[in-house]
Design a protein around this ligand. Sequence first.
Ligand code: PAF
Length: 280
Amino acid sequence: MKVVRDIAIMQKGAEQIRREGKRIAFVPTMGYLHDGHRALLREGRKKGDLLILSIFVNPIQFGPSEDLERYPRDWDRDCAIAREEGIDLLFAPEASSMYPAHFQTTVHVEQVTQGLCGASRPGHFDGVSTVVAKLFNIVKPHVALFGEKDYQQLATLRRMVEDLNFDTEIVGVPTVRESDGLAMSSRNVYLSSDERKVATVLHRSLEEGLKQYRSGQREVPKLLHAIQKGICEEPKIQIDYLEIRDAESLEPISMIERKAVAAVAARIGKTRLIDNILIF
Ligand code: PAF
């Protein structure tokens, strides 16, 4: 596995790979890899001749009071996982070369970023779309893979790629869960064992919403009520948002007539977790 830190070297390497007629599959991450990332990498392996993983904790997608400093990092473990997954190249740039002092450009996606995490994390999606646009220009992928767990991020990046004519196919990969249903996330490491148990109520309650939909309920307020009731049985959880939106446009809806997504963000102690379920 080749490790590249230099942006210009990565760009030249990507050009060379493309000239050889090989298809580049790319999985951008912030590291602290878990089984969710492994699923992205395995899907990527199927979709490209050459698999590139990036690890970069992107400072501009964290708000001033968020967890940039304490975001979990483990370079040696990440490298071991990358090797196990048969990555061809690991790109890990320095923050100072991604964002030199004179840096002043932002990619902003309008509607899809409004509400949900966009409301509680102002500027977050600008940071995500800006870094992903940069990474795409550096790694030049034919296909890039993102988890459905960060559903609004996935919708935002799909919009960006279409609007800005990036020649990269975006593939969403279903959320990988622990055996008790908790969605895998690098931030799960912040949870105490007690909080960890409490957190499982999120998926259970979202599933209850899906169950009610499948038994015929189409009214969004009623479905939301059922999900909220489940979550509120756990007094240690504070809901940040709970919404059902159109799965493609992410527009708010009041009746389910097409594929929809129920998305939740909640705080347990100091940790903010997100999860979602597709309703169709
Ligand atoms: O999902 C993530 O890990 C990050 O938001 C991403 C897409 C790698 C951008 O920093």
